[in-house]
Design a protein around this ligand. Structure first.
Ligand code: NAD
Length: 335
C-alpha cells in the first residue's frame, strides 16, 4: 500500500523502514502533522499513518476522503484524536496498535514517581555544582504506601504489579476489573474511596468524554493532602488550571506528567530557541515538585519495533481484505 507517514521523526522512519523490508509497502515520510490543512498532501496515497498529536477531525477526514485516502493507521494505542463517527460515515478504516509495550509505559510512570519522591532531577543539578546539601530533598518510603490506579487495562495492570513488588497496598478503580490484577491481590474500590485513601494516584484510563477532566478541583479536594499524582495516559484527563491551584495550596504534593492537555503544539519538537507561549504550561514548570516529560513513556526500542510491525501488518490486512483485527470503531469508546 502507498502510505503517507505524517509527523515523521527520524526514529519513525528508521523503525518503519527497517520493518517494512518484510512487508514491502511504499512509505513516504512527511514531517508535517496531519490536520485539515495538510490532508491534501496525502493525494494519491491509499493510507495515512499518524501519531498522537495529529488532528484527524471531521474536516481532516473529509479532505482525506476527497483525495482518495481509505485508511488511517494510528501508530499508537489511543484514538481520541480521530473523529470515529465521521470516519465511519466516510467509509474510512481506522486501525491502531492496541498494545506495544505496556511495561515500558508503566515503568516510566514508576520513574516519575521515584524521581519526584527523591527529587533526583534536583539532586543531579546540585551535585554537578558541588552542592551536597540534603536540605529540601527529603523523601518517603514507597513501601507500605497506598497506591491508587485508575484504569487497569494493559498499562494499569503492569503498573499495579510493579507497585505490588514495592510492597505497596494497591487499590484500583475500573468498571471492568482485570482478572490478572485480582489474582495479585489488587483491591477494586469505587472512585471516591480510591481518591480518599491513596497516597499516590496513577492514571491509566483512556481519554473519553466521560474521563475528560476526571481530575478537577472537586476530585482533588477529596484526595489526601500532599497526594502524589502521576499521569502517563492523556493530558485531557487533568484540568491543568485546577491542578495549578491545588499545587499552590499544597493539596497536591507532587505532580508527574508525561502528557499535557495542550501538548499538541509543543511536545515532540525542539522549541528551545523560541518563547514558550503557553502560560499555563510555563506556570507548571515553576513548581519544584512538578516533573514533566514530553510524552516519552512509550519511547523504548522494544516499543518502536512492535509499533512498526503491528502498523505495517494492519496496513497489509486492510490491503488484502479490507478488514483488520485492530480496527477502531466508535463502539470501542463505549467499552
Ligand atoms: P487499555 O484499553 O488496555 O486499558 C484502559 C482501561 O481503562 C480499561 O480497563 C478500561 O476499562 C478502563 N477505563 C475506561 N474508562 C474508565 C473510567 N472512566 N474509569 C476507570 N477506568 C476506565 O489501555 P492501555 O493500553 O492500558 O492504555 C491506557 C492509556 O494509556 C491509553 O488510553 C493511552 O491514552 C495511554 N498511553 C500513553 C502512552 C504514553 O507514551 N504516555 C503510551 C501508550 C498509551
Amino acid at each position: 500500500m502507498k502510505v503517507a507517514v505524517f509527523g515523521a521523526k527520524s526514529y519513525d522512519s528508521k523503525y518503519l523502514s527497517k520493518e517494512n523490508e518484510h512487508f514491502g509497502h511504499e512509505l513516504v515520510f512527511i514531517e508535517a502533522h496531519l490536520n485539515a490543512l495538510t490532508a491534501p498532501l496525502a493525494q494519491g496515497f491509499g493510507a495515512v499513518c499518524v501519531f498522537v498529536n495529529d488532528d484527524i477531525d471531521a474536516d481532516c477526514l473529509k479532505a482525506l476522503s476527497e483525495v482518495g485516502v481509505g485508511t488511517v493507521a494510528l501508530r499508537c494505542a489511543g484514538f481520541n484524536n480521530v473523529d470515529l463517527e465521521a470516519a465511519a460515515s466516510l467509509g474510512i478504516n481506522v486501525v491502531r496498535v492496541p498494545e506495544y509495550s505496556p511495561h515500558g509505559v508503566a515503568e516510566h510512570a514508576v520513574a516519575l514517581l521515584l524521581s519526584l519522591n527523591r527529587q533526583t532531577y534536583r539532586a543531579y543539578n546540585r551535585v554537578r555544582e558541588s552542592n551536597f546539601s540534603l536540605e529540601g530533598l527529603l523523601g518517603f518510603n514507597v513501601n507500605t504506601k497506598t497506591v491508587g490506579v485508575i484504569g487497569t487495562g494493559k498499562i494499569g495492570a503492569a503498573f499495579c504489579s510493579i507497585m505490588k513488588g514495592f510492597g505497596c497496598r494497591v487499590i484500583a478503580y475500573d468498571m471492568y476489573p482485570n482478572e490478572a490484577c485480582l489474582k495479585q491481590g489488587i483491591e477494586y474500590v469505587d472512585l471516591d474511596t480510591l481518591l480518599k485513601q491513596s497516597d499516590i494516584i496513577s492514571l491509566h484510563c483512556p481519554l473519553t468524554p466521560e474521563t475528560e477532566h476526571l481530575i478537577d478541583d472537586e476530585t482533588i479536594s477529596v484526595m489526601k493532602k500532599g497526594v502524589m499524582l502521576i499521569n502517563t495516559s492523556r493530558g485531557g484527563l487533568i484540568d491543568t488550571a485546577a491542578v495549578i491551584r491545588q499545587l499552590k495550596s499544597g493539596q497536591i504534593g507532587y505532580l508527574g506528567l508525561d502528557v499535557y492537555e495542550e501538548e499538541g503544539d509543543i511536545f515532540f519538537e525542539d522549541i528551545s530557541d523560541k518563547v514558550l507561549e503557553d502560560d499555563v504550561f510555563a506556570r507548571l514548570l515553576t513548581f519544584p515538585n512538578v516533573l514533566v516529560t514530553g510524552h516519552q513513556a512509550f519511547f523504548t526500542s522494544d516499543a518502536l519495533e512492535s509499533i512498526a510491525k503491528t502498523t505495517l501488518q494492519n496496513l497489509s490486512d486492510i490491503d488484502r481484505d479490507n478488514s483488520c483485527a485492530n480496527s477502531v470503531s466508535a463502539d470501542l469508546i463505549k467499552h
